[in-house]
Design a protein around this ligand. Sequence first.
Ligand SMILES: [Zn+2]
Ligand SMILES: [Zn+2]
Length: 335
Amino acid sequence: MAVEQTMRAWRVAAPGPVDGGPMRSGIEPVPAPAEGELLVRVLACGVCRTDLHVVEGDLPVHRAGVVPGHEVVAEVVTGADGFAPGDRVGIPWLRHTCGICRYCRRGAENLCPNSLYTGWDADGGYAEYATVPADFALRLPSGYSDEELAPLLCAGIIGFHALVRAEVPEGGVLGIYGFGGSAHLTAQVAAARGARVHVMTRGAAARELALELGAASAREAADRPPEPLDAAILFAPAGELVPVALEALDAGGTLALAGIHLTDTPPLNYQRHLFRERQIRSVTSNTRAQAREFLAFAEQHRLQVRTHRYHLDTADRALGDLAHGRFDGAAVLVP
Ligand SMILES: [Zn+2]
Ligand SMILES: [Zn+2]
C-alpha cells in the first residue's frame, strides 16, 4: 500500500477555551510505528467530550502538543501481531497497561496506575495516519460504516462500562442524565437488555432523539422522572445533577458517574440523597475485555449511531460545536 511521506494533523498548541483556537493544524511526517505497533491510515475519528477536556486543559497535559482523538477507525498499513495490511481496526482510549500491577493482575486493568491513553499520552486520530500497539487495537464489528463505528470506540465502550457499573436489575428502570454521543448508544443497549429508560436532558432535539431511540420518556435535565429509578447514569459533566439524580433513585438504587471530568457537586443531604442504601459509583476507563464484549454486543444488536460528519480540516469547529451543544449524537472527523 502506498504511504504518503507527510500527513495533515491537529495538535494542541496551548490548552485553553475551545473558542480561543487552542489547536493548530499542520503538515508533518507520517509517524513510524515502534516494535509491536501498527501504522494505520485513519478512515474516521470520533470527537469525544474527553478530547474537549484535553484541548481545554481540564485534564493535565500528559504530552505537550498531542494529537487528540481516541475513537479511531482505521485501515492497517503496516501490520504486526496478527494484523495484516488492509485490516480494519479500532484505536480506543486505553493504549497501554503494565500487566503486572495488582489491578492488572485481578482483571481491572482500567485502574492500572501505569496506563497510557490515546490522544492524551500518545498521538491520536485527528490526523491522516496514526500508530497503535497491536495488543490494544480492536477488531471491529461488521454491518457498520467507518463513520458509525467511530463513536462505538469510546462513547459506546464507556457507556457500556457505566451500564455495568449502574447494575440495572433485570427488567429494571434506568435514568439517563445527559443525552450525547455516549448516552444515545447506552440507552439502546439498556433497552435491548430489557430496561425501561427515562432520559433527562437539555435540548428539545436531544429529547426527541431519545424518544426515537426507544426511551420511555424524555424530560428537562433536572426534571423528576415519571417513576423511581433502580439505577441512573450521569453522562452530563454537571456536578449539580448528582443530588438531582440521587433524589430520583429508588431505595437501593445506584448512580454511576460516566464522565472523566465532573464539575464540583453541591453538598449532599444524607436523608434526601443517600439513606436507604442509595450509592454513587464513578466509572474509570474500561478493560480490553469490556471493549470486546461491547463490540460483540454491537455485532449482534444493530445500534443506531447518530453521527455528524466533519472534514478533518474542521476539527476545531467540531469541538466548538460539541462544547456549545450544537448537535445531537456524535461528531465524526473524516480525512
Ligand atoms: Zn497495571
Ligand atoms: Zn472518549
